[in-house]
Design a protein around this ligand. Structure first.
Ligand code: NDP
Ligand code: MG
Ligand code: MG
Length: 333
C-alpha cells in the first residue's frame, strides 16, 4: 500500500528558509506561486519575454523576472512550463544557474524519466504533483483545504530532498489532504497510460464509436449526442463520488444488467492486449520520442487529428445542442 504523509509529517519552515523560483504561471504555476507566497515563502516567478501571464502575476502581487534571473536567485527551482519546452528552458535558463545544494522541482516526471533533462549530480531532483488542475489547487488552498499530491525524489545529494518536497507540498496545501510517495518512473508511466488508454484517448474513442453506431443506424445525431456524450458526466460524477458501486446503485436495474453483459463485449481481451502494447511503448520511451519529434517537427499530424475531430458530426451537433443548455459553460475553448 502507498505511504501517505500529512501536515504533521511536514515542516513548513524548510521551504520558508529557501528561495523558490516558479517558472511558468499557467494552470499549476499560478497556484504554486500564490499559495507558497501566502504560506510565507520567498517566491519569484520566472517568465519569458512576451508572456501572456506576466501582467496577471504582477497584479496578484508577485515579482516577475526572467526564467534565468529566477533560477539564479533561487535555490529551489520549480519548472512549470509546458512539458515539451521544459528541456529548452532548462538548457537556456536553468542549467548554468544551478549551484551546489540547489533543488530542481517538477510537477510531472516526463523530462526526467526520458532523459530530456539531465541535471548535474550536485542538485536534488524532486517532484510535487497535485492530482488536480491548478485552479482547484488554488481554490482548495484558499478554503483551508488541499488537493492530494504525489511526491517523488530522483536525486538526493543533500539527503533531505523528500523532506524538502513534503515542505513544499505543505506550502501549497497538499499535506492537508495527503501526499503519496511515488517515483518519477511510476508517476510518468501511469500518468501517460491513464490519459491515453482511459481518461482522454479511451473515453473519446468510446464516445465517438457509440455516437457513430447510432447515427449510422439512422438515429438522429441530437439524440445520439445525449445518449453517448452528454449523459457521461452524470455517470462519471457518480463513479467519482463512490466508485462503480455508487454508479450502479443509482442507475436502473436494466442499465445495470446491460452494463454487466455488454460492457465486456465492448472492451474485450483484444482491447486489453492493445492497452498492454500502449503501456509497453510508454515504458520503452517510444511514445515520448514520437511525441517530441511531432512537437518539434511543427505538430503536423496533431493539427490534422484536431481538425478532423472538430469537424466530426459529434462536435458540430454538440456545439448547437449546448446552446440550449443555459447551465453549461459553453464558451468555446
Ligand atoms: P500551462 O500551459 O497552463 O502554463 C505554462 C506556463 O508556462 C504559462 O504561464 C506560459 O506562459 C509559461 N511559459 C511558456 N513558455 C515559457 C518559457 N519559455 N519560460 C517561462 N515560462 C514559459 O502549464 P500547466 O500548468 O498545465 O503545466 C505545467 C506543468 O505541470 C507540466 O509539467 C504539467 O505536466 C504539470 N501538471 C499539470 C497539471 C494541470 O492540471 N494542468 C496537473 C499536474 C501537473 P504564457 O502565460 O505566456 O502562456
Ligand atoms: Mg498527464
Ligand atoms: Mg439512457
Amino acid at each position: 500500500m502507498a505511504e501517505l504523509f500529512y501536515d504533521a509529517d511536514a515542516d513548513l519552515s524548510i521551504i520558508q528558509n529557501r528561495k523558490v523560483a516558479v517558472l511558468g504561471y499557467g494552470s499549476q504555476g499560478h497556484a504554486h506561486a500564490l499559495s507558497l507566497r501566502d504560506s510565507g515563502v520567498d517566491v519569484r516567478v520566472g517568465l519569458h519575454e512576451g508572456s501572456k501571464s506576466k501582467a496577471k502575476a504582477e497584479e496578484q502581487g508577485l515579482r516577475v523576472v526572467t526564467p534565468a534571473e529566477a533560477a539564479a536567485e533561487a535555490d529551489v527551482i520549480m519548472i512549470l512550463v509546458p512539458d515539451p519546452i521544459q528541456a529548452k528552458v532548462y538548457e537556456e535558463s536553468v542549467k548554468d544557474n544551478l549551484k551546489d545544494g540547489d533543488a530542481l522541482f517538477f510537477g510531472h516526471g516526463l523530462n526526467i524519466r526520458y532523459g530530456f533533462i539531465k541535471p548535474p549530480a550536485n542538485v536534488d531532483v524532486a517532484m510535487v504533483a497535485p492530482k488536480g488542475p491548478g485552479h482547484l489547487v488554488r481554490r482548495q488552498y484558499e478554503e483551508g483545504r488541499g488537493v492530494p499530491c504525489i511526491a517523488a525524489v530522483e536525486q538526493n545529494p543533500s539527503g533531505k530532498a523528500f523532506e524538502l518536497a513534503l515542505s513544499y507540498a505543505k506550502g501549497i496545501g497538499g499535506t492537508r489532504a495527503g501526499v503519496i510517495k511515488t517515483t518519477f518512473t511510476e508517476e510518468t508511466e501511469t500518468d501517460l497510460f491513464g490519459e491515453q488508454a482511459v481518461l482522454c484517448g479511451g473515453t473519446a474513442a468510446l464516445v465517438k464509436a457509440g455516437f457513430e453506431t447510432l447515427t449510422e443506424a439512422g438515429y438522429q445525431p441530437e439524440i445520439a449526442y445525449f445518449e453517448c456524450l452528454h449523459e457521461l458526466k452524470l455517470i462519471v460524477d457518480l463513479m467519482y463520488e463512490g466508485g462503480l458501486e455508487k454508479m450502479r446503485w443509482s442507475i436502473s436495474e436494466t442499465a445495470e444488467w446491460g452494463d454487466y453483459v455488454s460492457g465486456p463485449r465492448v472492451i474485450t481481451d483484444q482491447t486489453k492486449a492493445e492497452m498492454k502494447k500502449i503501456l509497453a511503448e510508454i515504458q520503452d520511451g517510444t511514445f515520448a520520442k514520437n511525441w517530441m519529434d511531432e512537437y518539434h517537427g511543427g505538430l503536423k499530424k496533431y493539427n490534422e487529428y484536431k481538425k478532423a475531430d472538430s469537424e466530426h458530426l459529434l462536435e458540430t451537433t454538440g456545439r448547437e445542442l449546448r446552446k440550449l443548455m443555459s447551465w453549461v459553460d459553453n464558451e468555446d475553448a
